[in-house]
Design a binder for this molecule. Structure first.
Ligand code: 6PG
Length: 238
């Protein structure tokens, strides 16, 4: 595991909220604050979006704001190799919950062309990503096995490869495209959203120092983990 600065373990800041609904507001506020500052300073804000279901509440919260969306550049941390409009696509979830509700230019939303197959999509996206780094915010989730994006336990990748073609993923679909560890960490702000008692075991393993893909996150200034009580202490699952 490479740590950005020094050999000490990554700086992880744990933000526990009572439930998933209580988590969306603070995360949305944090993203908007970073975006407004980036746009004020450099005229542009680069964000990498998380897939899965957890971030949907945050995306719906973002959709309720009037922002300078023309200066937002949106990327994806991973994508499932499914048809473009498949409801299981991470890009479709983000569009339906947020991006399709605001006036962000379509050219600002850089979808991973995963419908072309993992290898071709990874190769194509590598050049898109190269022009966008470093990111202002990388938003990620975590699976019950400690995966993040489409970096799964037991599936080693070349740490220097910016975008991976993923096959045999244990979470369907088997074929995916994922940003690599080095790219996910190339951000001033890394936010990980985790909710639900089903994630508690992986959170506990992460805290205990297990070598999980999510534990390889360090960002340029540490990682902020936003989780609900169920994920943090295994309270009654929802
Ligand atoms: C995906 C996601 C994946 C997700 C976690 C958590 O394509 O599935 O990128 O990494 O973030 O599996 O998923 P949930 O938020 O649905 O629990």
């Amino acid at each position: 595991m490479t740590v950005a600065s020094g050999d000490f373990p990554p700086l992880i800041r744990w933000h526990v909220h009572p439930d998933a609904a209580a988590l969306a507001g603070p995360v949305c506020t944090r993203i908007l604050a970073v975006a407004r500052q980036a746009i004020a300073e450099r005229g542009v804000f680069h964000i990498v979006l998380a897939g899965g279901n957890t971030p949907a509440t945050v995306y719906r919260s973002l959709a309720r704001h009037q922002e300078d969306w023309r200066n937002w550049q949106v990327y994806f941390g991973d994508e499932r190799c499914l048809p473009v409009d498949d409801p299981e696509r991470n890009s479709v979830m983000a569009r339906d919950a947020w991006l399709g509700q605001v006036d962000i230019p379509e050219s600002n939303v850089h979808v991973i062309p995963a419908e072309r197959g993992a290898a071709k999509a990874a190769q194509a996206y590598a050049s898109v990503i190269a022009a966008a780094r470093p990111f202002d915010v990388v938003l990620l989730g975590m699976g019950e096995d400690g995966h993040t994006a489409s970096l799964f336990p037991g599936q080693p990748h070349d740490g220097c490869e910016p975008v991976h073609a993923v096959h045999h993923a244990p979470k369907p679909p088997a074929d995916r495209v994922s940003l690599g560890e080095c790219v996910l960490n190339d951000a001033q702000v890394v936010l990980v959203l985790i909710t639900g008692g089903a994630k508690h075991a992986a959170v506990a393993r992460w805290k205990a120092g297990a070598d999980l893909p999510v534990a390889h996150l360090h960002g340029r200034a540490g990682v902020d983990v936003y989780l609900d009580a169920a994920a943090d202490c295994g309270a009654a699952t929802d």
